[in-house]
Design a protein around this ligand. Structure first.
Ligand SMILES: Cc1cc2nc3c(=O)[nH]c(=O)nc-3n(C[C@H](O)[C@H](O)[C@H](O)COP(=O)(O)O)c2cc1C
Length: 326
């Protein structure tokens, strides 16, 4: 079973993906945070840097797009193959954020099944129009939730996906209303899993995998999965995928080396010290509950107002905490 590192806007740029892959490994695929399509078919500088193959060598990368336009989606599929050489593109139909949903993007696509069906019908038409004779287009995978307002909507959504040429579906078994909290709906996920795998569509589970035990529970219940996708669990414990695959858990020194490499990488790329600090403080916040016994160290890190004081505090924090619950 494969393990994918989930895309997380603001948290998983190419720097983090590359560092994760070279320090810990264990992930078979990484995904870019979503790239919003636009009518000019142009990526901004940040997106270009993030997706450029030369900045992602050594990792298997899948670009993710988010759109409410079938025409733009078709153009971006073509662009991702033609300009960057990617053979798979993921379409985000799961993002719950208000400003995304209000534009009918992300999980906003799940709100009205009729519109979702129209999107796929139009996409197939647009793909035929966009693609010059004889050229290749990347496989399409979808990252989705199981409903907009409620998990009860899963059947309608499932029927639409089943009727269209999707290679793989990554399912976060929550509704949009739940954001990233509350129970994951494994019964509904199980029905989707059976229907998709029977139809030859690959299924990936995503949600709340934080430990080897969490992984084993899912892998045993759903043995035909292509894989699992892990987000917050890998920010908290970057050795989780390696450990699941039989490698070792991170120790304090290894964790610190990784965090320092990320800190140095951000310092090289981001001119403003304040912005560097914001990035690394966000990252270490996702890891907070992996460490215990030195809460004062965490507070000191949060208060640090220069990169050098942050570095000193981070060293003390990681070295003097217990790494537990990994
Ligand atoms: C800060 C943050 C940013 C995210 N950005 C994206 C994104 O750009 N694209 C996407 O498909 N999902 C995004 N997600 C959702 C994650 O990919 C994943 O589905 C979610 O965190 C649940 O998985 P987990 O429980 O393993 O973390 C984001 C989640 C978080 C917490």
């Amino acid at each position: 079973m494969e393990i994918y590192f989930a895309p997380m806007e603001g948290m998983t740029p190419s720097l983090l993906r590359n560092m994760h892959s070279s320090y810990f490994g264990g992930c078979d695929k990484y995904f870019t945070p979503f790239i919003s399509t636009n009518e000019n078919y142009l990526l901004n500088h940040k997106e270009q840097r993030d997706v450029a193959p030369e900045n992602n060598s050594g990792v298997c990368l899948v670009p993710q797009i988010i759109s409410n336009s079938a025409h733009q989606t078709a153009e971006y599929l073509y662009l991702m193959y033609e300009k960057y050489g990617y053979r798979e593109v993921n379409i985000n139909m799961g993002c719950p954020s208000g400003c995304v949903v209000s534009k009918g993007k992300g999980s906003g696509m799940l709100r009205d099944p009729g519109k979702l069906e129209d999107f796929f019908m139009e996409l197939e038409k647009e793909i035929r129009a966009v693609r010059p004779e004889g050229t290749f287009l990347p496989d399409v995978s979808i990252k989705t939730r199981i409903g907009f307002s409620s998990e009860d909507e899963y059947r309608k959504i499932m029927e639409i996906f089943l009727a269209h040429p999707v290679r793989q579906i990554i399912i976060h078994p929550r509704s949009r209303t739940q954001m990233y909290q509350g129970q994951v709906h494994l019964k509904e996920f199980g029905e989707m899993y059976e229907a998709f795998t029977n139809a030859g569509i690959g299924v990936v589970y995503n949600g709340d995998i934080r430990t080897l035990e969490d992984y084993e529970k899912i892998a045993e219940a759903f043995p035909k999965l292509d894989g699992v996708m892990i987000g917050r669990g890998l920010l908290r414990n970057p050795s989780l995928a390696r450990y699941i695959k039989g490698g070792k858990q991170a120790d304090n020194e290894e964790y610190l080396t990784y965090m320092e490499a990320i800190l140095d990488g951000y310092c090289e790329r981001i001119p403003s010290e304040k912005n560097v600090l914001a990035k690394v403080k966000d990252l270490i916040s996702f890891a907070k509950d992996a460490f215990s016994g030195y809460d004062k160290g965490f507070r000191d890190m949060c208060k640090a107002d220069s990169v050098e004081s942050f570095r000193v505090c981070m060293r003390q924090y990681i070295r003097n905490s217990e790494l537990n619950g990994l």
